[in-house]
Design a protein around this ligand. Structure first.
Ligand SMILES: Cc1cc2nc3c(=O)[nH]c(=O)nc-3n(C[C@H](O)[C@H](O)[C@H](O)COP(=O)(O)O)c2cc1C
Length: 201
């Protein structure tokens, strides 16, 4: 198995997905992978952001670099995170993904290993549909989708979402330790699978 390069790319307005992204990155690093964490550019208006103090505060405090297409090209394994918005990915992440046409056309994204994670405010508000919608991009890219699965007892017994790590944020509560552990496991699995595949080329 060779050392894999992992890019964790996310959108977050109020910080929940950001916390999950960094927990996933920790898991990937445990496998020895080289890991970068990137957030996609904010596209909402200043007025909309200023109307929500948590949104404003997150944007002002985040030190994560903005994602570029070069980050995707660089990585062997990619993890994408987004809040669930009306049962699907946030438009900010979708806007970034919609700039990957050139990479897709050149085949640069084919055979990369991809995984997804999300958070919503209710358990049946579309967590799985968001992950499945993100995964649609990977079919088009020709990538290899790595779900979290029920491989680890923590997921089977505690968090229970094999599609990808997810968090139900009641009244904005940040991800708890159980959720962050599921994220860590997802990052570890992504890096291990990416390492096996990149070593076999
Ligand atoms: C415009 C909008 C739409 C949302 N739609 C959903 C939804 O469909 N289902 C759900 O469970 N939560 C929904 N939420 C709640 C967010 O997904 C939730 O607060 C999430 O934890 C925020 O993540 P963040 O802190 O990384 O921005 C929505 C929030 C906003 C602002």
């Amino acid at each position: 198995m060779s050392i894999s390069r992992i890019a964790v790319v996310y959108y977050s307005a109020t910080g929940n997905v950001a916390s999950m992204a960094h927990a996933l990155a920790r898991g990937a690093r445990e496998s020895g992978a080289e890991v970068i964490v990137r957030r996609v550019a904010e596209t909402a208006s200043r007025e909309a952001i200023a109307a929500n103090p948590r949104w404003q505060q997150f944007l002002e405090s985040s030190s994560d670099e903005i994602a570029t297409l070069e980050d995707l090209r660089w990585a062997d394994g990619l993890a994408f995170g987004t809040p669930t918005r009306f049962g699907g990915p946030a438009s900010q992440l979708k806007a970034f993904l919609d700039t990957t046409g050139g990479l897709w056309f050149s085949g640069a994204l084919a055979s990369k290993v991809c995984t997804s994670f999300t958070t919503g405010s209710t358990p049946h508000g579309g967590l799985e549909s968001t992950i499945l919608a993100l995964n649609n991009h990977f079919y088009h890219w020709g990538s290899i989708i790595v779900p979290l699965g029920y491989l680890d007892p923590h997921v089977a017994r505690v968090t229970g979402n094999p599609y990808g790590a997810s968090w139900v944020s009641r009244s904005g509560t940040p991800p708890d330790d159980a959720c962050l552990e599921a994220c860590r496991l997802q990052g570890l699995r992504l890096a291990q699978v990416a390492g096996r595949l990149s070593g076999s080329e």
